[in-house]
Design a protein around this ligand. Structure first.
Ligand code: F6P
Length: 325
């Protein structure tokens, strides 16, 4: 069946650049003769029918805005077969023939299940600050979040060195250490503690025993959030007990990392990927995510995108260690 109307939604954690992606999808679709419908609050809105037709001007003046004009949600109901049935019925009622979904692994996993049950053409765009999707070198929002981390660490460095303190700075990442590792390289931090090395070694003990503060009076350690170890708070507790000679402080950057105007890099990535999503649907692609590999846009099967089989390059830890001597 020829596609006439494309629905677009953002789901899961918002990421800077989602609006740039919405703009690109909408305008490329309209340019190519499709009708576009914006679905509010992700899959939740597909079930409740919060759907509006988008014109070109619906996406004016949003490329520079963080967040998502479509709003977002993490829908529990869509994880049930009944929820997805209602969503499909609403899609039919609205005349939506295909979907572009923007989000992270949960969003893409939902798309895959939905497409398998109802044979709906779906193309995904990687929208998450975590950068934890396979088949793409970068996700939309990651670069902005990294820059936010660098700005914050630059500020913390001033007070850390004035007071000669050890700072644990907790960053997001879900279960991945991309933000912590590359945030540490970019901010010249003394170390990064990431979940990918958790099972191998006691990273905190290793740090202290390597005498990482011998030549310095202050230090900044980027810590990836990790409920299993308590993240930065957990490490600070351990420092108090095991290494009381350190004057440690904790800063949790939290949702700050999800906000802000997207960087030029994220706007360009989102614009190119958004345009490519429409090309993909026109070509008859389905169940693919748009990725970027070595500067080239590529189609990645959604199944692979959410497989979590590619991990952060651990050689980055050596770089941090050597460069922070
Ligand atoms: O996936 C994006 C992300 O910000 C993760 O880094 C983090 O673990 C999670 O979302 C936080 O989710 P919420 O906004 O629901 O607290």
């Amino acid at each position: 069946m020829a596609i006439k109307c494309i629905g677009i939604l953002t789901s899961g954690g918002d990421a800077p650049g989602m609006n740039a992606a919405i703009r690109a999808v909408t305008r490329t679709a309209i340019y190519n003769g499709y009708t576009v419908k914006g679905i509010k609050r992700g899959y939740h809105g597909l079930m409740t029918g919060e759907i509006v037709e988008f014109q070109s001007k619906s996406v004016s003046n949003i490329i520079q805005q963080g967040g998502t004009i479509l709003k977002t949600a993490r829908s529990k109901e869509f994880r049930t077969a009944e929820g997805r049935k209602i969503a499909y019925e609403n899609m039919c009622k609205e005349g939506i023939d295909a979907l572009v979904v923007i989000g992270g692994d949960g969003t893409l996993a939902g798309a895959l299940t939905f497409a398998a049950e109802y044979d709906v053409p779906i193309v995904g765009l990687p929208g998450t600050i975590d950068n934890d999707l396979d088949g793409t070198d970068e996700t939309i929002g990651y670069d902005t979040a990294l820059n936010t981390i660098v700005d914050a660490v630059d500020k913390l460095r001033d007070t850390a060195s004035s007071h000669e303190r050890l700072f644990f700075v907790e960053v997001m990442g879900n279960t991945a250490g991309y933000l912590a590792l590359n945030g540490a390289i970019a901010s010249g931090a003394e170390a990064a503690i990431i979940p990918e090395r958790e099972t191998e070694v006691d990273q905190l003990a290793e740090l202290i025993h390597n005498g990482f503060r011998k030549s310095k009076n202050s230090a900044i350690v980027l810590v990836a959030e990790n409920p299993a170890t308590g993240g930065a708070m957990g490490l600070a507790e351990r420092i108090k007990k095991e290494f009381p000679e350190f004057d440690a402080r904790v800063t949790i950057l939290g949702h700050l990392q999800r906000g802000g105007s997207p960087t030029a890099k994220d706007r360009i990535l989102a614009s190119k990927m958004g345009a490519m999503a429409i090309e993909a649907l026109s070509e008859g692609q389905r169940n693919v995510m748009i990725g970027i590999k070595n500067g080239e846009l590529v189609y990645v099967p959604i199944k692979r995108a959410i497989s979590h089989s590619t991990h952060v390059d651990l050689r980055g830890l050596d770089i941090i260690r050597i460069l922070s001597m």
